[in-house]
Design a binder for this molecule. Structure first.
Ligand code: PLP
Length: 394
């Protein structure tokens, strides 16, 4: 006998992957340039030069045995010190190497944090629209996911629904700002109110409620937008960070968990996160890329193409009649679908070779996700098709 749940996870393709495969088939039939694949969130800009330069330098100048050897489980001490200093400089905080646990991307950071925190009967709250893998990670950790429906007007937080959802079983809340799939950035007002509620509820139940801040898109923000640094607002914040998007390195798998000293019993929480990493078999984050990310952690890939694409899409889609909340960051747009059933809408879009993802899988039906991490020229050529699609509903 084998576990049904794992078989299902391993054999069912996600809607995004289905679309991606469909796109490849269509491209073989009509040419790649005629397929407008907005399905996948793979960065479309190269890593900054610093990345390749540092890889070459490390290979030329380092002792190869150390370079490719195991590091400490929590990550190389010098790497963690360098990253801590970079965070301190940029956010005006005061972290140390020992607050950081290097991981295999944000996915592993989330898995380590969730597994390290979960006791029997624990629940984690997520806000729709949410990254679908949260459910997988939360359930793998042995906890239950509780979803708060989306605030579709601005993709901030429905605080009444949040207050009603918190119970003595609530171990934590996951936030993701800038958000996949809405692109929304939580305002300072939202973060303050969220912190107030979590503080009050923690006090009421006599147990900390952890705020897990999933931040792979922290650096992918557009002009004029600031992303509040959540540990400054709420003591029991645990940050799950990644260089996948910031440095365009999703395949290299680098991120970290940050457990600030302000977290209740922070040393125990850190030990539990490290214990989770051990029990999940991560051993240590990739050795070479720990060093590369430490060297380049003050830099960001050139994200100007994302901002250009965002501007083009928001302006034109609104003109065609789509309802769009302007993203403050990421490379996603999450307009309302033009019929209530987003799956049917996404199917209809395929007629124009527009591949867009229904919001249902993100817990937010009636919307579709457009991943605009593509060359601007592809967005420009797709615009007439978005118009034709909209015209069908007039
Ligand atoms: N969290 C969110 C919201 C994401 O969109 C992603 C990846 O797309 C991840 C976590 C996982 O990131 P990583 O590639 O660093 O594991």
């Amino acid at each position: 006998m084998l576990p049904e749940k794992m078989i299902k996870l391993g054999s069912q393709r996600s809607v995004i992957r289905e679309l991606f495969e469909f796109g490849k088939k269509r491209a073989a039939q009509i040419g790649e340039e005629n397929v407008f694949d907005f399905s996948i969130g793979n960065p479309s800009v190269p890593a900054p030069d610093c990345v390749n330069e540092e890889i070459i330098r490390l290979i030329r100048e380092s002792d190869p045995v150390t370079l490719h050897g195991y590091t400490s489980a929590q990550g190389d001490a010098q790497v963690r010190e360098t990253v801590a200093q970079s965070i301190n400089r940029r956010h005006g905080v005061n972290f140390r190497a020992d607050n950081l646990y290097m991981t295999v991307g944000a996915a592993a950071a989330l898995s380590c944090a969730l597994t390290g925190l979960t006791c029997p009967d624990d629940e984690f709250i997520v806000f729709a629209p949410y990254f679908p893998e949260y459910k997988v990670f939360i359930e793998a950790a042995g906890a239950k996911m509780v979803m708060i429906p989306a605030d579709v007007e601005g993709f901030q937080i429905d605080f009444d629904a949040l207050e009603a959802a918190i119970t003595p079983h609530t171990k934590g809340v996951i936030v993701n700002s800038p958000n996949n799939p809405s692109g929304a950035v939580y305002s300072e007002e939202t973060v303050i109110r969220l912190s107030e509620i979590l503080r009050a509820k923690s006090q009421e139940y006599g147990e900390p409620i952890y705020l897990i801040s999933d931040e792979p898109y922290r650096e992918i923000v557009f002009s004029g937008v600031t992303v509040p640094y959540i540990p400054k607002y709420y003591d029991n914040t645990i940050v799950c960070y990644s260089w996948s998007k910031a440095l365009s390195l999703p395949g290299e798998r680098m991120g970290y968990v940050l457990v600030p000293d302000s977290v209740t019993d922070h040393e125990t929480v850190y030990a539990a996160v490290a214990g989770a990493g051990r029990s999940l078999g991560y051993v240590n984050a990739p050795s070479l890329f720990q060093r590369v990310c430490a060297k380049c952690c003050d830099m960001t890939a050139d994200i100007s193409v994302y901002e250009r694409n965002r501007d083009l899409l928001v302006k034109n889609l609104r003109e065609y009649g789509y309802h769009v909340v302007e993203p403050g960051g990421t490379f996603y747009l999450f307009p309302r679908s033009l019929e209530p059933d987003a799956v049917a809408f996404s199917e209809r879009a395929k007629k124009y070779n527009l591949l867009i993802v229904p919001g249902d899988g993100f817990g937010c039906p009636g919307h579709v996700r457009i991943s605009f991490c593509v060359p601007t020229e592809r967005v420009e050529r797709a615009l007439p098709y978005f118009k034709m699609l909209a015209d069908e509903y007039k």
